[in-house]
Design a protein around this ligand. Structure first.
Ligand code: ZN
Length: 228
């Protein structure tokens, strides 16, 4: 658990001033379908866990409010998916960076959703132009599958096992994401996978998810140490 004085929403303005321009860490997730067995907030749960892991390790980082609606247009057609699209997400995040400028040394965006990548590239480019320090992190899982498959199921089994409907878990399209990405971009996930899964959750287990979380927190900490 992160100390309240290091969580923006729980700290006072004075606590933040006393830290002398800490880095603001924003977990960036999504609200999108994750197959028949995982919650729509899967990416947000992962982003929050990684951001919290970073703040636990680094006393000069503060945990900011999370952004839980991103760019998820490719999941349109599955009930519950909410998306604001890339231009709106980029504009929203850019304003967070500008607004953080007087109080924080920079902003670290920890994204749990690959679809937020284009928006974060725009944010990064604007930050360079305007002289802000911004770091955008996308975790990698060696050999992991794309969406609501084994990797994400193991992660949620580790982080929020109460939200995994294991009895409903089933494989979706198991083709390599490289083969599917063109069609997903053109016609959405529904056109390549009826149940919304890209991968196969079979064999997922909590300990594997914990190992993934640890490895991704390490990637994030290393990136932050390299950059700042
Ligand atoms: Zn996901």
């Amino acid at each position: 658990m992160v100390d309240s004085s290091r969580v923006v929403a729980e700290a006072t303005s004075g606590d933040i001033a006393a830290l002398n321009r800490p880095f603001l860490v924003i977990p960036l997730g999504s609200t999108e379908q994750h197959g028949p067995h995982l919650p729509l907030g899967t990416d947000s749960i992962v982003a929050q866990a990684l951001a919290q892991g970073l703040v636990d390790e680094h006393p000069h980082c503060m945990l900011g409010p999370s952004v839980d609606i991103g760019a998820s247009g490719e999941h349109e057609g599955f009930a519950g998916t909410l998306s604001i699209g890339t231009p709106m997400l980029a504009a929203f995040l850019q304003e967070i960076v500008r607004s953080a400028r007087p109080s924080f040394s920079g902003v670290i965006f920890v994204s749990g959703h690959g679809g937020n990548r284009d928006a974060l590239s725009l944010v990064d480019a604007t930050a360079r132009e305007e002289g802000d320090q911004v770091l955008c992190f996308f975790p990698r899982i060696e050999g992991g599958d794309a969406h609501a498959g084994r990797s994400e199921t193991s992660l949620i089994l580790a982080l929020r096992p109460d939200l995994v409907r294991s009895d409903r878990a089933e494989a979706g399209s198991v083709k390599a994401i490289g083969e599917l990405i063109g069609e997903i971009r053109d016609s959405g996930v529904a056109s390549v996978s009826e149940n919304g899964v890209l991968g196969d959750p079979t064999g997922a287990f909590a300990d594997e998810g914990s190992v993934f979380v640890e490895a991704m927190v390490r990637q994030l900490c290393e990136l932050v140490e390299e950059r700042f």
